[in-house]
Write a protein of this length. Structure first.
Length: 441
């Protein structure tokens, strides 16, 4: 018998006005008390995740006598570890506590990031990269689940965007700061210095955050009741799913998983190898490379905020705010492919456009998942999709680095990223939107 495995397309098609009963000072305080905490936590995750690309550009491989092919493997091993614990982590966060899970993740990834600057062998570094990915695998599904318990559908794209904004904003300032630190102290000391804040932040996170409104002492009883009722009304509108297994087999979950796999090939090939590509093209030092590499992330931050605002203002429409951005990003990567050997400034303009637009739709995308699947499975579905993204990140980071090592040019890698992002755009465009109450199977 067919199972009703996904919620209605009405979640994407019927405008939803903000609930005026939630527009109280107590509930508006959620944006001040919760959003900065999740933003800072995700930011620290990205410091310890993406500074490897700067270490590679600053001579990590040369210092440890690692070949370019093995260097690409080290960059990619993070994402293999990231994939392995996605779904178990999401299940723990849903059944127990996202707050506790993220606390242990924050502390452990800070320690592992510091070890990156201490270990002296290839296999030791490989183990650190793999386990760093494992510890960080809990962060996004756990955070998105936590936000879904604090913010309604009319607010969710913006809340998700402020979380994921920790990605480009962190890379923006980290690009300049890491380039400076590596020039002053070397890549090994930089890894150690940039791991310490995560360990300290774990205590701040656990002290200040709560899993649900009912646990928040700063929220008055009436505000807690209004918010819980609004969230329960939303859940009542989403068709029930009997089990996680049924959700995983739904066409929408499969399509989103494939889409995010392809999207992530582009994003993480771009993130990890941009510093090396810029350094090679601009023929400048690591400090200037850091400054140039920051520019695409500044564009990304602005476009993410604009896209999420427009998506929520549209009444919760998601798909039209995802696929066009990815389509243009894919063509911009293609433009970089054709111009990389002709003009670095022109190729760099295409890179800025591609980087900004690849990041722009994250808020609406993850809001779409929470609005298509009920709460009893949405965390695990998010983990499945994000886990497939981790596999795409592994392929993107390894393949782009390997292609650059084999060909001596970034052009082949950018062709791979371009084709992947263009296909990701088409999947979202063609994603089915069934009538309310119907099944996707």
């Amino acid at each position: 018998m067919a199972q009703n495995t996904t919620p209605a397309a009405a979640a994407d098609e019927v405008p939803l006005e903000p609930d005026s009963t939630l527009n109280t000072p107590g509930l508006r305080a959620r944006w001040v008390r919760i959003v900065p905490l999740v933003f800072a936590t995700y930011s620290l995750a990205y410091v310890d995740r993406t500074n490897y690309g700067f270490g590679a550009a600053a001579g990590l491989a040369k210092t440890l006598h690692i070949t370019e092919s093995r260097n690409a493997l080290l960059a990619a091993l993070f994402f293999l570890g990231y994939f392995l614990f996605q779904i178990p982590g999401a299940a723990y966060a849903r059944r127990r506590s996202a707050r506790t899970l993220i606390f242990f993740a924050v502390v452990s990834w800070g320690v592992l990031a510091m070890l990156t600057g201490i270990v002296k062998s290839f296999w030791g570094l490989a183990l650190v990269r793999l386990t760093l990915g494992m510890s960080e695998s809990f962060i996004l599904p756990g955070m998105l689940l936590l936000l879904s318990q604090w913010f309604t559908r009319a607010e969710r794209s913006r809340a998700n965007t402020f979380l994921i904004l920790g990605n480009p904003v962190t890379v923006l300032w980290m690009s300049a700061a890491t380039g400076y630190l590596m020039r002053q102290f070397g890549w090994q000391t930089t890894f150690i210095l940039e791991g310490i804040p995560s360990i300290l932040w774990g205590v701040v996170w656990y002290t200040l955050i709560r899993d649900r409104p009912a646990q928040a002492g700063w929220l008055d009883a009436d505000s807690r009741r209004r918010l819980e009722e609004a969230l329960q009304r939303e859940q009542a509108e989403i068709p029930a799913v009997s089990s996680v297994g049924h959700a995983f087999r739904s066409p929408v979950a499969i399509a989103l998983s494939v889409q995010y796999f392809l999207w992530s090939i582009g994003v993480y090939g771009f993130v990890l190898w941009l510093p090396s590509i810029v350094q090679r093209g601009a023929a400048r030092g690591i400090a200037v490379t850091g400054l140039l590499s920051a520019i695409p992330y500044a564009a990304a931050a602005v476009l993410m905020l604009l896209t999420s605002y427009l998506s929520d203002r549209s009444g919760g429409t998601r798909q039209p705010f995802i696929w066009p951005a990815l389509l243009v990003a894919g063509f911009a990567l293609l433009g970089s492919f054709f111009t990389a050997g002709i003009s670095f400034p022109l190729a760099f303009v295409f890179l800025v456009l591609a980087g900004g637009l690849m990041y722009a739709p994250y808020g609406p995308f993850f809001a779409l998942i929470a609005e298509r699947f009920p709460r009893n499975v949405s965390g695990e579905v998010t983990a499945l999709v994000n886990g497939c993204g981790a596999l795409g990140s592994f392929v993107g980071s390894y393949a782009v680095g390997l292609l650059q090592a084999r060909t001596g040019s970034p052009r082949a890698g950018f062709l791979l990223m371009s084709m992947s992002v263009l296909c990701a755009s088409l999947i979202i465009l063609l994603l089915p939107t069934p009538a309310h109450g119907s099944s996707d199977t």
